[in-house]
Design a protein. Sequence first.
Length: 278
Amino acid sequence: MTYTLETQYTSKNFTPAAQVPAIFGMPRTITGITIHHWGGLGQLFETVRQWLCTNNVPTSAHYIVQAGLVSCIVAPENAAWHAGTARGNATTIGIECRPEATDEDYATVAELIRDLRATYGDLPLFKHSDWIPTACPGVWDLPRLDALARNQPPTEKDWFDMANLDDLKQAIRETDNEKFSRQGSVGGQMSKQDFFAWFDATMASAVRQAASAAAQAVLNTPIPRIGGGTITLATMAAYSDANREAGQQVQTSLVEQAVKAALTDGTVKVDVSVTGGK
Ligand SMILES: [Zn+2]
């Protein structure tokens, strides 16, 4: 086992095996495991252990578990008081789990389940709420625990069943930032996010180059001239530009000539008098 097993603490709250038939109406048998959580987030393992050993409510469990640490406070042979029903108490082993339920907590609870199954057979898992109406065992996910205890990774279905939208978004973000090995001569690692950014930039640049090359090709394609022979669009455009410039030059020089003529032959005076209305 990879966890520390404490056996030096014993709860006063349990029914010895021999008295179980009289108290619960059936013999002590071990045919299942009931999973609990101890409820208050942030509550310490040691505080819970102390309370389950000494309270007068009366309440107990067989095991208390957090990552790497297991305390057996009632021997499984006897009936701890954890399920809230005679059958739950008489027939199952009760495990109190840390409500924070981290991956490490899961690993240790799963290992304890594996060890108990090695001793008592293939025990099914029950939630406390399978026995009585209660919020216990909180977020603890029994299919995930069962899969871990059997050394199987949780199936995709289990994962989607327990994941909410925020979990999924977070998982996708984590996948985006996860680094992947790069192939070939480049080597090293790159996240999916970086890869897509690089891919988008490269594609955009390739599209720009292709568009520019296509436009050049069209401009340089010879087309037939009305008067015979061929001309490219580029040449025609240059020709048209030149014509336009030539046309502007002609217009400009015509205006200049008109102004000069007006200045030298007195036409301006006539014009001014006309526009002045006299
Ligand atoms: Zn419970």
